[in-house]
Design a binder for this molecule. Structure first.
Ligand code: ADP
Ligand code: ADP
Length: 239
């Protein structure tokens, strides 16, 4: 059974803009999928339907065999806990420590009163250190998030996502604002988590060479439509 299944999914925004049109797509457990396409092609819309940040307009979208349409409340929160999100602009809380940012992955998007007060248990703190070690930033644990470089901030965001113990990671243009060296560091971190923990990973990228380097499968979108879908070993040079 695919982890994520799009069945004739369309997304029309309120103003009539087509975000996605008739998407048919299955993503298998543990795959590292890269979505490429020009700006406005629907990459971000596609990612955001998977954790129901955006609702689809028609068709059916299933995660772990469960249709997202009726999910609300507790069940929706449970779904989102299984899905780590990484954004182009890092989305860290700038004025608090790296540690607090990473720990927030544990309690998720819906904070508890304890987490709001900064009360985390020692086991969680240990996990935060381990997560930061994975992205080679353990020495920055007490730094304020906005004291870090862009590449370091994005690696904190990767550690935060990992802290959630997610089954799926969705990364929306994670390296669009990074230089080549830090781009490699962030992509390597994502790939390592994918391979070691079989975390199904979907990454939106502008760069085809990067897609070729990291993807198990490349998906192409144009004007909301799926126009390309091939495993990496079937990607031809003339494509
Ligand atoms: P990409 O991530 O590939 O750049 P997006 O998914 O952001 O593409 O956008 C797909 C299309 O949907 C674009 O035409 C964009 O302008 C439009 N769009 C995105 N978000 C909204 C929104 N909240 N309201 C209306 N249109 C939107
Ligand atoms: P919006 O319509 O502005 O995206 P939301 O309430 O859906 O409003 O989300 C607000 C912000 O919270 C998002 O921009 C994103 O940064 C963050 N967010 C939403 N859902 C998640 C999630 N599942 N995981 C991590 N961050 C999330």
């Amino acid at each position: 059974q695919p982890v994520i299944s799009f069945r004739k999914v369309s997304k029309i925004y309120q103003n009539g803009t087509v975000g996605l049109k008739d998407i048919e797509l299955d993503i298998q457990a543990g795959e590292f999928v890269v979505i490429v396409g020009l700006s406005g092609a629907g990459k971000s819309t596609l990612l955001r339907t998977i954790n129901k940040m955006h609702e689809i307009s028609s068709g059916e979208l299933l995660v772990n065999g469960v249709s997202l349409a009726p999910l609300r409340g507790k069940k929706l929160r449970a779904l989102r806990r299984e899905i780590g999100m990484i954004f182009q602009n890092f989305n860290l809380v700038k004025r608090v420590s790296v540690q607090r940012n990473v720990l927030s992955g544990r309690v998720g998007y819906y904070p508890t009163w304890k987490s709001v007060l900064g009360l985390f248990n020692p086991a969680d703190k240990k996990r935060a250190v381990a997560a930061l070690q994975r992205v080679n930033l353990a020495e920055k644990i007490y730094a304020r998030a906005d004291e870090l470089s862009g590449g370091q901030q994005q690696r904190v965001a990767v550690a935060r996502a990992f802290m959630q113990q997610p089954r799926i990671i969705l990364a929306d243009e994670p390296v669009a604002s990074l230089d080549p060296l830090t781009t490699t560091a962030v992509m390597d971190d994502l790939k390592n988590l994918n391979q070691e923990f079989k975390i199904t990973t979907i990454v939106n990228l502008h760069s085809v060479p990067l897609a070729l380097k990291y993807a198990d499968r490349i998906i192409g979108l144009r004007a909301g439509r799926l126009v390309y879908n091939k495993p990496i070993d079937q990607v031809a040079t003339q494509d």
